[in-house]
Write a protein that binds this ligand. Structure first.
Ligand code: TIU
Length: 220
């Protein structure tokens, strides 16, 4: 077992029963011209965490831990995209429209790929998800159960949307989850700060939070 300093108290886990969940580190959210930008966001804020995410991913791979990469991704016919999701707001381009990196948030398009710096390697799970939560309409729970996973380490974007939703879903399914606070980012810094605080408040009502240094310390 490894134990790391975390909020609201220490987090103990075994690498063999823990997965690193990397949420939606896709060009669609991090690079100009993708989904995040069409919503009116300043996407440059998100790329700042990439080097830290690379360091953690490298250390986790060396430790032999399971890695799961998720992508917010819809089928080419958009049959898994509810009209309410496509039609909401006044984006410059809607899900499925053709942008500079291909069709927005559609599987197989250049913009839908995970950024090169965090590209999956053989043996890692890549999970396409049609919703904000990684467990919604996916087989993630079965994949984790089959591998004996009980603990999850979260990183990715955005903190208050897909990361928080996935962490709450994980909590309801019985996983102990920790968010790496310098490996997640929001288009709205105050939303990130509030999310980190609310996740570990009330005695860890959703889970734990810690900076990546706390994890790297014990991975060696
Ligand atoms: N818009 C926003 O902040 N996020 C998303 O739409 N998806 C994810 O967080 N991945």
């Amino acid at each position: 077992m490894k134990t790391i300093a975390a909020q609201p108290f220490t987090f103990s886990f075994a690498v063999a029963s823990t997965a690193l969940l990397i949420i939606d580190m896709q060009r669609d959210f991090i690079e100009p011209g993708g989904f995040g930008a069409t919503l009116g966001n300043d996407v440059s804020l998100l790329s700042a965490i990439v080097p830290t995410c690379q360091t953690v991913l490298g250390a986790w791979r060396r430790a032999g831990g399971l890695v799961v990469h998720t992508r917010e991704s819809h089928r080419t016919d958009l049959s898994d995209c509810p009209p309410s999701k496509r039609n909401r707001g006044a984006p410059t381009l809607r899900i499925g429209d053709v942008g500079p990196m291909g069709r927005i948030l559609v599987a197989g398009e250049p913009g839908n790929q995970i950024i090169a710096e965090l590209a999956p390697v053989a043996g890692e799970i890549v999970l396409d998800k049609p919703g904000k939560g990684a467990f919604y309409a996916t087989n993630l729970h079965n994949l984790l159960q089959a591998r004996g996973i009980t603990h999850l380490l979260f990183m990715g974007v955005t903190t208050e949307v897909c990361v928080q939703t996935s962490m709450r879903e994980a909590n309801d399914r019985g996983y102990d989850s920790l968010l790496l606070t310098d490996c997640t980012e929001s288009y709205f810094p105050h939303f990130k700060a509030a999310t980190v605080e609310m996740l570990h408040a009330q005695g860890g009502i959703v889970g734990w939070t810690a900076p990546s240094a706390a994890l790297l310390d014990v991975l060696g």
